[in-house]
Design a binder for this molecule. Structure first.
Ligand code: SAM
Length: 247
């Protein structure tokens, strides 16, 4: 069997393989591949080291992907979520990356997976070891807290310097779009107040959002931002938003 070598990639970060997995919440798992795609788009633009903030951070996959793969481009990573359970999971994920006992626990958990495919387990365990080893070499501040993103103004105001927001917000549960008006703000849940506050915050350098391609969020984003979109992966598009006030 040939075990993977070389630097850590987004493939090593998948929740349920190498990261701690919360069994107690229904929050969907976010693919590290999409996170990598978004972060690449961000760092193609960013020249200096930046603070990165995910205000709908869930289990923290996006933040951990940034932390592990882009640490040399970052000052700090911050994440918040309205759900304290998932914030706790994100904290666990970060703590586990720095803890030798946690690595052993993680390896045992993978060993206990129901699959009989021993080779696959060995690959996950190897990836897990490489990921933990790489994490030991990173020294960067991480701040995680519970917060409702519809009141993001105060958090942004307290951040020292420029901040880039990169996020995977909750998707609407309502697929019955009003084709006459194009948008119906209530359908986007917390997004409208969030976008309003982000657009007027003086220290937000950029906002990257991923959203399901079958849900027409673009008209709402364009109310506040100048937007460029690109097709992402796994049924999501990525929207790069520049506040209109800064153009
Ligand atoms: C699609 S998930 C994000 C998943 C995340 N990218 C990850 O890596 O696990 C959306 C998250 O938004 C959170 N959320 C919903 N409404 C919110 C609000 N008003 N403020 C902050 N977070 C909220 C949910 O709790 C959920 O964790």
């Amino acid at each position: 069997m040939k075990l993977p070598q070389g630097p850590v990639t987004y493939k090593y970060i998948e929740v349920g393989k190498t990261l701690y997995q919360a069994l107690s919440t229904r929050t969907p798992r976010f693919p590290s591949r999409v996170a990598y795609f978004m972060l690449n788009a961000l760092f193609a633009q960013a020249k200096r080291k930046i603070t990165l903030y995910d205000p709908f951070c869930g289990h923290g996959v996006l933040l951990i992907t940034a932390y592990l793969l882009f640490s040399e481009r970052l000052k700090k990573v911050m994440g918040s979520d309205i759900n304290p359970i998932v914030v706790n999971t994100a904290q666990q994920n970060f703590q586990w990356l720095k803890n030798a006992t946690a690595l052993e626990e993680r390896l045992q958990a993978i060993q206990g997976y129901k699959t009989q495919d021993e080779e696959l387990k060995a690959i996950y365990q190897h990836q897990c070891r490489l990921m933990f080893k790489h994490a030991q070499e990173i020294d960067m501040a991480v701040e995680l807290f519970q917060h409702d993103a519809t009141h993001i103004h105060g958090v942004l105001a307290a951040i020292d310097g420029q901040v880039a927001l990169v996020t995977d917000p909750p998707y609407s549960r309502n697929d019955h779009w009003n084709s006459n008006t194009g948008i119906k703000s209530a359908d986007f849940g917390p997004l409208e107040p969030f976008l309003q506050q982000v657009a007027t915050a003086p220290n937000v350098s950029s906002l990257l959002i991923c959203y399901r391609t079958d849900q027409p969020i673009l008209p709402l984003l364009e109310v506040y931002f100048s937007v460029t979109s690109q097709r992402g992966t796994k049924g999501r598009a990525i929207y790069e938003c520049q506040p209109k006030s800064k153009i």
